[in-house]
Ligand binder design. Structure first.
Ligand code: C2O
Ligand code: CU
Length: 546
């Protein structure tokens, strides 16, 4: 195993992600940030310098469990203090499992400002993947607004709340086209050198390729297709799947997948790769790039039009897809029983005239002092002492808007006992408006979990009988469908303070998350600069003075 060293500077810069000049957060002058590539067992060492003028920054390594290094999880207010402008912080952690991952900002809405990049972990030296391929590509998906993320943040925290609306452009590896379509021959006029020119995927006929896909979207659920080609799904969130073949693949924010495709089509043609919005009425054009069969010229437009994606509100389609995702034979199985069940009701609410999202009627507000430090040092007034509710009132009708739409702010945590098995039932409900229930992709830090099942309506006790304990997939992100529930199980075996939240950036910002605290007293070696803010910061200065 090796140590991979990186020196990064995070800075706002002018960039043109979709042809319209904008302000993005770049790393070392790049957008998206540099790709980290390592082997399982390697140590990643990133020296991160904050060159933003007046904002803190942190980076979260999405999908990396941070076993033994909870302080390196990169979550502001949870695992560490934001790195102050001009300061450098060192992330050092092991990537223990091969897979497709990414990293992104986890402070305010900096992910929406473009602070993200890919993190790819190959199998350890001498090991083999359980499938064969001749070449590979990597695609990081995102959505882009012409309104800056700072303005979006302001709008979301205005009274009344102003919604950010739909993105202007979908980006593939940070590249999209705003006022032209690649599919209509003349309009784009690209030389190929533009920052927003699509990244072409060049392939040779009769080969098998691995396509790694991760989604860092702020809002959009997506669907990806390659014209005329079948996709065989083999990996999700760094875990191997029982391979299955589909025409296109749904990708939620926070998901990652590997698919295999074989270049068995007419080699004298090129083919579209398309990315479309799902789950919300699409007001954003498809994102496109081209699968280029060499030696066919790239200027030859694909014969057939871009793939048509399933209808945006065809949720059954997505459910069918989700239910095909099963663990590869021989994958770790879940414990057959859980020690605790936490039911989390997802609702949209009002607090004092602001629109919020809540979990069991608590809308998460992050404290100034990171939980990891405040719990470790027994600073009990750093956040709400009372843990949030384990369930919601059984007479709550999830199919209708709440009769009382008010909610409360909270910063309490769920304390999980070490090595216990925890079930979480994510329960969806009607939002504020009648006949509206949205999709929420929930992401857990510090662990993978088994997805035991999905169901319609309100979860009832006997639904447990339908849990898949035989071959449930391990994931770090799981979606809840409108008016439905999703059951997950994990073992609380990683001491630390871990976020579990909706990966839709504005939803998290509006309170849609909870915190799990796992045996934090056991955590050692938290770097002092991770805690140099709030009450832990004061504690440190007092120590110096005495
Ligand atoms: Cu990728 Cu807490 O997020
Ligand atoms: Cu959400």
């Amino acid at each position: 195993a090796e140590v991979r060293n990186f020196k990064w500077e995070v800075k706002y810069m002018r960039w043109s992600p979709d042809g319209a000049e904008a302000e993005v957060i770049g790393i070392n002058g790049q957008f998206p940030g540099p790709t980290i590539r390592a082997r399982a067992g390697d140590t990643i060492h990133v020296e991160l310098t904050n060159k933003l003028q007046d904002e803190g920054v942190v980076i979260h390594w999405h999908g990396i469990r941070q076993v033994g290094t909870p302080w390196a999880d990169g979550t502001a207010s949870i695992s560490q203090c934001p790195i102050k402008p001009g300061k450098t912080f060192v992330y050092r952690f092991e990537v223990d499992k091969a897979g497709t991952y990414f990293y992104h900002g986890h402070y305010g809405m900096q992910r929406s400002a473009g602070l993200y990049g890919s993190l790819i972990v190959d199998v350890a030296q001498g090991e083999k993947e359980p499938f064969h391929y001749d070449g590979e590509f990597n695609i990081l998906l995102s959505d882009w607004w012409h309104k800056s993320s700072r303005e979006q943040e302001l709008d979301l925290s205005s009274k009344p709340t102003r919604w950010i609306g739909e993105p202007q452009t979908l980006l593939i590896n940070g590249r999209g086209q705003y006022n032209c379509s690649l599919a209509s021959n003349s309009s784009c006029n690209l030389s190929g050198n533009e920052q927003y020119a699509p990244q072409i995927l060049p392939v040779h006929p009769n080969k098998t390729y691995r396509l790694r896909i991760a989604s860092s979207t702020s809002l959009s659920s997506l669907n990806l297709a390659i014209g005329n080609h079948k996709l065989v799904v083999v990996e999700a969130d760094g875990n191997y799947l029982q391979p299955f073949s589909v025409d296109n693949i749904d990708i939620q924010s926070g998901d990652s997948y590997s698919i295999l495709f074989t270049t068995d089509q007419d080699p004298s043609q090129n083919y579209w790769i398309s990315v479309s919005v799902r789950g919300r009425e699409p007001k954003t054009p498809q994102g496109l790039t081209v699968l280029n069969y060499l030696p066919t010229s790239i200027s030859k437009l694909p014969l057939s039009p871009p793939p048509v994606s399933p209808k945006w509100d065809d949720h059954d389609y997505s459910k069918t897809f989700s239910n095909k995702i099963l663990a590869l034979v021989g994958s770790p199985k879940p414990p057959t029983k859980s020690n605790r069940r936490i039911v989390l009701l997802n609702t949209q609410n009002f607090i004092d005239g602001y629109t919020k999202w809540s979990v069991n009627n608590v809308s998460l507000v992050l404290p100034e002092t990171p939980y990891l430090g405040s719990i470790k040092h027994g600073l009990s007034n750093a956040f709400d002492g009372k843990p949030p509710p384990e369930n919601f009132k059984q007479d709550y009708d999830v199919m209708k808007p709440a009769s009382n739409k008010n909610s409360t702010y909270g910063s309490g945590v769920y304390y999980l006992e070490l090595n216990t098995t925890v079930d979480v039932i994510l329960q969806n409900a009607n939002a504020i408006k009648e006949n509206v229930s949205e999709i929420h992709p929930w992401h857990l830090h510090g662990h993978d979990f088994w997805v035991l099942g999905y169901g319609e309506g309100k979860f009832v006790e006997k639904d447990e009988e339908k849990f898949n304990l035989k071959n449930p997939p391990l994931r770090n992100t799981a979606v809840i469908f409108p008016y439905g529930w999703t059951a997950i199980r994990f073992v609380a075996d990683n001491p630390g303070a871990w976020a579990f939240h909706c990966h839709i950036e504005p939803h998290l910002h509006m309170g849609m998350g909870v915190i799990f605290a796992e045996d934090i007293l056991r955590v050692q070696n938290i770097p002092s600069d991770a805690l140099a803010c709030g009450l832990t910061g004061k504690m440190a200065t007092n120590n110096v003075q005495t």
